[in-house]
Unconditional design. Structure first.
Lengths: 271, 271
């Protein structure tokens, strides 16, 4: 089911700037029994991402009503929210006035076949460009992710790890990454590229409340390969340990287990 | 008038990856009496850009029929062609099979109020990121152009000049740039970012056939400010000299005049 500006529909105006320029933002989140999980975090992030592009975000009550309407079609749902700047004439100049378009779509959550198993990752050849004006924002300019994801089609590979143009690890094509080093968690600093996801922020908050040291840093590939543990997070998969990348293999470790349980407990309380 | 996959329509599927990820390419060109100008160059560039993203381009005859159908609505038309990868399920992986979507739209060409007058340009603060995997391609990930164009709203400013992250000049938000230095033309090398437009290629070919030295180089802002002439080109405006940027003013010079006339003569023969 898909609601476009609150109305069930399967098409959008061809003049929408989301299509013309990728001029918009999106979110993907889980819902249980019609209620989105961690809604406040997701809505705040959507609002911050809209602000980063000077798009006036949709009112929270309006969006939440759409999300509930699509979520309640399934006991466990994945909901995708897209907000674009709306329609405009040809040309990059911002349309005045400008009415954002909202798209809210729901699908049943597929249970991961083997959620506790570690993921095998591909090390992507594509390097993420540095663009501080867009770093951290989950915008619709995602060709880098598309090209990186097109590098493999082996179904045994669950994610691709992406480096930036300075050869630092930034994250997966659809996930954020954490490493454990001597009992401390680190996640890539995302001031030049990458998407600063909601589950990444939740992990940092959970680590803080569990007195687990956790920080942001520029992380070289070698440092990730040398890490005691590596795990990937996003709002749909939750937390998944990295089991293998190339010749490097990891066994699931205590910090991934601890944080994974804390995330799941939070989800259960939220649901 | 707008044709979507050859049929008059004003909406596209909401599942299109052009919307979701900016997963597509576009072109804007002129037409006269129903015939597109410099069609072979535009179609070849569209095909090359599709190939850069591993999108199978639409057949030439199919696209040309669409272009003619929208172009003949006006004596002089601007035609925009968009080709996306087509619809897909959620996720970055390429859909298999995959059917590209084509959008062809036409509008009357607005005569420039003062086509011979020079343009006043804004020097954009946004810096273009280096992404060799996408450099030169006119793809739908254009948030950098949107943000740069949003830096000014003075109607006296006709274009914004953009630098890259190494402070080299790359082009305008919607045009390519040439400078004249002691009788020689130079245009920014576009191996890291920017769009390598059809009119840019035409200028280089015209310069070669007129025995005017013309090359590509990494051009610092200072070198552009010190140039004898600066001019901007694209397929809709043709050639426009740069008259002013900040405190620097230029008077229209002989090379802009010569190349501008050669472009116009080619257009007249093509039309």
């Amino acid at each position: 089911m898909r609601l476009i500006n609150g109305i069930a529909a399967d098409s959008i105006p061809a003049a929408d700037r989301g299509l013309a320029y990728g001029d918009g933002v999106f979110r993907t989140l889980r819902a249980a029994d019609g209620e989105p999980l961690h809604w406040q975090r997701h809505f705040n992030k959507l609002g911050a991402d809209c602000a980063g592009l000077a798009i006036s975000c949709v009112a929270e009550a309006t969006l939440l009503a759409d999300v509930r309407a699509v979520a309640r079609q399934f006991p466990r749902a994945v909901v995708k929210i897209t907000v674009t700047r709306g329609s405009g004439a040809r040309g990059y100049a911002l349309p005045v006035p400008c009415t954002p378009l909202r798209i809210v779509e729901g699908a049943p959550l597929r249970a991961a076949a083997d959620a506790d198993a570690g993921i095998t990752a591909h090390l992507c050849r594509l390097r993420l460009a540095h663009q501080p004006a867009l770093a951290g924002i989950k915008h619709l300019n995602r060709l880098e992710n598309v090209l990186a994801r097109a590098e493999w089609n082996d179904p045994a590979i669950g994610e691709g790890l992406m480096l930036d143009q300075h050869e630092n690890v930034i994250g997966g094509t659809m996930s954020n990454v954490f490493i454990a080093e001597q009992g401390r968690l680190l996640t890539p600093r995302l001031d030049q590229c990458g998407v600063a996801g909601v589950t990444r922020a939740r992990v940092m908050a959970l680590a803080a409340s569990a007195a687990t040291p956790c920080g942001e840093a520029h992380l070289s590939l070698q440092r990730v390969l040398d890490a005691d543990e590596v795990f990937l997070v996003n709002s749909v998969i939750g937390l998944r340990p990295l089991a293998r990348m190339g010749v490097r293999a990891w066994t699931p470790g205590p910090l991934a287990r601890k944080i994974g349980r804390a995330l799941a407990a939070e989800d259960a309380r939220a649901a």
